[in-house]
Design a protein around this ligand. Structure first.
Ligand SMILES: [Zn+2]
Length: 305
């Protein structure tokens, strides 16, 4: 299985357009040893020909252009066999509206995520210009789904969605929370035995995370915030990490402690907020993550599993 990180930042990207925090200012000025990052999106493929996207970020156009394997191979063509949505957050879905150039799309999502994006959304009409423009495939919790290649034959990849702690997206507020609001994905390559676990948004510990990690060869994990009160201390927000449904990295109860104990050879933080000190390659926090054997994703990172 080929895995390519197209975007590794949380919503807003790094730097974020309206943010003057020390990280964002430092990366703009070139005074901070850190790499700019686009918003979270990862591409996976069994054969390097048919690709699946995990989430559709607002920066999808430049992300598809950034990776030649995702360029069209004909006058009107895409190597995208499908797009998998892990939640209804706009950071994960907004890119769909940018793929409106009359290309048939296949989108995998829970019924809850489909409903939140499609029903009552007048902008969605741009993806309903002809029959079959978007084909939705329903992800049921923990049900195994075969991912076909572009020619319709099995690609060798299978996918399972697991319910993990999260929250409903802002635009569907008012509905009762559902187990289908936020999922993590486990993708298995039947040919190589490689297993990718993708958990880019997790509010806190849950036993299902350990279950998903059994036999995994690589794990991407929510690296949004290093500390619970990161934005509060900065004066940028009055909300803690947990209020935004993200498990902070640091501290005795943090996700780093959890990841350290998992028997997975590649453990990689992704969905990193621009305020997070691990973006600074000279920070103590970055050193602590590396010392625990955990990596920090950057755009362009590739794995073969
Ligand atoms: Zn910032």
């Amino acid at each position: 299985m080929h895995v390519r990180v197209l975007g590794s930042a949380a919503g807003g990207g790094f730097p974020q357009w309206n943010c003057g925090c020390p990280n964002c200012q430092g990366v703009r000025a070139g005074s901070l040893r850190a790499k700019p990052r686009t918003q979270e999106c990862v591409a996976v493929s069994a054969d390097g020909v048919s690709w699946y996207l995990l989430n559709a970020s607002p920066e999808i156009r430049s992300q598809l252009e950034s990776f030649p394997a995702l360029h069209p191979k004909g006058l009107r063509h895409t190597p995208l066999a499908g797009i998998v949505l892990t939640s209804g957050d706009l950071d994960h879905c907004l890119g769909l509206l940018s793929l409106r150039e009359s290309q048939p799309l296949v989108v995998y999502a829970t019924e809850r995520t489909r409903h939140g994006f499609v029903d009552g959304n007048v902008l969605y009409k741009t993806l309903e210009r002809f029959e079959g423009q978007v084909s939705w495939r329903t992800l049921k919790i923990e049900a195994e789904v075969e991912l076909p290649a572009l020619d319709g034959q099995p690609s060798g990849l299978t996918l399972q969605a697991y319910s993990v702690p999260g929250k409903p997206p802002l635009h569907v507020k008012g509905l009762a929370p559902s187990l289908e609001d936020n999922v993590a994905i486990r993708i298995t390559d039947r040919n190589t035995g490689g297993v990718l676990v993708y958990a880019s948004s997790v509010r806190g510990y849950a036993r299902v995370l350990e279950r998903m990690a059994v036999g995994a060869t690589a794990l991407f994990f929510d690296g949004t915030f290093f500390s619970s009160d990161e934005l509060v201390e900065m004066g940028a927000s009055d909300r803690k990490a947990e209020d935004m449904a993200h498990w902070p990295i640091g501290g005795t109860e943090g996700s780093l402690h959890f990841l350290q104990g998992l028997p997975v050879s590649r453990r990689i933080y992704i969905h990193i907020n621009n305020s997070n000190p691990i973006l600074n390659e000279d920070s103590d926090e970055r050193d602590r993550v590396h010392a625990a054997g955990v990596e920090v994703a950057e755009d362009g990172l590739e794995l073969v599993l």
